[in-house]
Ligand binder design. Structure first.
Ligand SMILES: Cc1cc2nc3c(=O)[nH]c(=O)nc-3n(C[C@H](O)[C@H](O)[C@H](O)COP(=O)(O)OP(=O)(O)OC[C@H]3O[C@@H](n4cnc5c(N)ncnc54)[C@H](O)[C@@H]3O)c2cc1C
Length: 481
């Protein structure tokens, strides 16, 4: 039967498209249903277009500091927000075309429309009811359309969308979600960012570098609340030096809208309140899973705190139905979605030695200036678990390459199990740490000890030497500090 598959994947984000390609590689007949854009949030509205915006911010920052490098730049350097956004959108479209190409190359069928599971093994695809953020597309050629499709295995990879707080719902004009923040028509003069997780801080960093007056309000006692407290404190100091205003342990209680601005009432932990008026506000208080309208109730798939409940291989409680990526719970990261996709498909295909997801080894990166990256346990979490630990630290200010780059503000912190010497956490703030963290991720994956790291040769001069020095410091052997 033409409409019958081994695997149907609902959603073509990093979870869905990687699942489809891996399934095709393993000889399974596979189709992906997509209702809006190939490549999901990550390529269209998340990871990639934000990094394109932040790259423009980095170039602007470097140009503005040309003098520090002995360069005299004639005239003023002014950001052209229309051109910056056009570059970012162009890159997003290039990415989603790339996924279309990969599907074609791997002979993955694309079914264009909105999918709903009607019973185990059956998916009904109808015309999408979702109002697209941008004109849909480009819809790839030769896609299949509305109809009933069957498959032995159905993988739900429908992702997530912005969460809204009651009374402070984004309206797309004065109160933005990441969609509007990604493509402003003009640069606001002032901006209030509610929430300092990765999404909030990346936008705060972008707009501040562009010269916007930025205030960040965070309910917890540190910015980027999931990060190690020391790393977060150093990042905050740098943001404040750049002119960002950060209010911790405070919440946006009320927002009044004016003709072209908002006035927010901020309630602080000490009981005081402050009113802040800004041209625009970004609501960055997290995301919620797309679990509605896909037939979960019809087939009895269980959810847990708003996400589909799965085991370490992506299996739900209903045989033949799986979930991966954002819809299956935190951390809500593209590389977590991709890894879950591979595990899920390889288990379906019956490959030997498929390891379940180990969430402790998922790195997290925030591409603000300075960058922040981490993997494993924070110092506070390790202590809360009752672990006996050794902690090493090394500052960028003692690293030759960082000084040569003019990027001497940063810190690497490593956490070891005192008894076994196993690396159980690594935390970094500073230039290029989102690239460097992978060294520690590999080390943790191989269950590396301090001994092996100390005997690893790091190239000189590189910022990566701060990683080795941090390990040495944990054992009282730092050479350059
Ligand atoms: C601003 C921003 C920046 C980010 N930056 C990073 C980053 O730097 N690094 C990182 O790792 N992560 C980042 N993320 C998170 C990352 O984008 C997500 O974790 C990732 O996209 C999740 O992939 P997914 O496949 O689970 O879902 P998604 O990418 O959300 O894809 C789901 C797809 O399913 C489709 N769909 C939904 N319902 C249906 C249906 N019923 N029928 C058919 N199709 C359907 C949607 O149209 C969508 O294309 C960022 C997110 C945002 C918003």
């Amino acid at each position: 039967m033409a409409n019958n598959y081994d695997v149907i994947v609902i959603g073509s984000g990093p979870g869905g498209y990687i699942a489809a390609i891996r399934a095709a590689q393993l000889g399974l007949k596979v189709a992906v249903v997509e209702r809006e854009h190939l490549a999901g949030i990550c390529s269209n509205w998340g990871c990639i277009p934000t990094k394109a915006l932040l790259r423009s911010a980095d170039v602007l920052h470097t140009a503005q500091h040309g003098k520090d490098y002995g360069l005299t730049l004639e005239g003023s350097i002014t950001p052209d927000i229309k051109a910056i956004v056009a570059r970012s959108r162009g890159i997003a479209h290039r990415m989603n075309n790339g996924v279309g190409f990969l599907f074609k190359k791997n002979k993955v069928d694309i079914i264009w429309g909105e999918a709903r599971i009607t019973k185990p093994g059956e998916v009904v695809v109808s015309k999408s009811t979702k109002k697209p953020v941008e004109p849909v597309g480009p819809v790839p050629k030769n896609t299949l359309g509305e109809g009933t499709y069957t498959a032995k295995h159905i993988i739900i990879a429908t992702g997530a969308r912005p969460r809204a707080l009651p009374g402070i719902e984004p309206d797309g004009k004065l109160i933005w979600t990441y969609f509007e923040a990604m493509k402003p028509e003009e640069m606001p003069k002032s901006l209030l960012v509610m929430g300092s997780g990765a999404i909030g801080i990346e936008f705060a960093s972008f707009y501040r570098t562009m010269g916007v007056e930025v205030t960040v309000v965070e309910i917890m006692n540190q910015v980027m609340p999931v990060e190690d407290a020391e790393i977060s404190a150093l990042a905050k100091k740098q943001f404040e030096r750049q002119g960002m205003k950060i209010i911790l342990e405070a919440k946006v209680a009320k927002v009044e809208k004016g003709a072209n601005s908002i006035t927010a009432t901020i309630e602080k932990k000490d009981g005081t309140t402050e009113k802040i008026t800004a041209d625009r506000m970004i609501s960055a208080v997290g995301v919620q899973a797309n679990i509605e309208g896909i037939g979960l109730e019809a087939v009895g798939v269980k959810t847990d705190r708003g996400f589909i409940a799965i085991d370490g291989y992506g299996k739900t409680n209903v045989p033949g139905i799986y979930a991966i990526g954002d819809v299956a719970g935190p951390p809500l990261l593209a590389h977590k979605a991709e890894h879950e996709a591979v595990i899920c498909i390889e288990k379906i295909a019956g490959l030997p030695n498929v390891h379940p997801m180990d969430k402790l080894k998922i790195p997290g990166c925030t591409y603000c200036h300075p960058q922040v990256a981490s993997v494993g346990l924070t110092e506070a979490k390790a202590k809360a678990e009752g672990r006996d630990i050794r902690v090493g630290r090394f500052p960028f200010v003692a690293n030759g390459k960082a000084i040569a780059l003019g990027e001497d503000q940063g810190l690497v912190k490593t956490i070891f199990d005192k008894k076994t010497g196993e690396l159980i956490g690594a935390h970094m703030v500073g230039a290029e740490v989102t690239e460097l963290i992978q060294g520690f991720v590999i080390a943790m994956n191989l269950e590396t000890t301090e001994e092996e790291l100390i005997h690893t040769i790091f190239p000189h001069p590189t910022i990566s030497e701060t990683m080795k020095e941090s390990v040495l410091d944990a054992y009282g052997r730092a050479l350059n500090a």
